[in-house]
Ligand binder design. Structure first.
Ligand code: SF4
Length: 62
C-alpha cells in the first residue's frame, strides 16, 4: 500500500498524525505528508483509519 496526502486539500488538523505517526508527519509549512514510500502491512489498518478520519478527505491509499 502507498499513502499520499493531497496538499491542496490538507488543512493541517493533524488527525492523521495522531492515528498513524509512523506514516504521517507535518511539514514545516504545517501540512501533512506521507513520510514512508511504502506502508508496511502492519500499519495498513491505521492508514485506512486515517483516510476515513481526515476531515478534508485529503488522504489517499491504494
Ligand atoms: S488529517 Fe487530513 S487535513 Fe488533517 S493533517 Fe492529516 S491529511 Fe491534513
Amino acid at each position: 500500500m502507498r499513502a499520499a496526502v493531497d496538499e491542496d486539500r490538507c488543512r493541517g488538523h493533524g488527525v492523521c498524525l495522531t492515528i498513524c505517526p509512523e506514516v504521517f508527519d507535518l511539514t514545516d509549512d504545517g501540512y501533512a505528508e506521507a513520510i514512508v514510500p511504502q506502508v508496511p502491512p502492519e500499519l495498513e489498518d491505521a492508514v485506512l483509519k486515517a483516510v476515513r478520519s481526515c476531515p478534508e478527505r485529503a488522504i489517499s491509499a491504494d
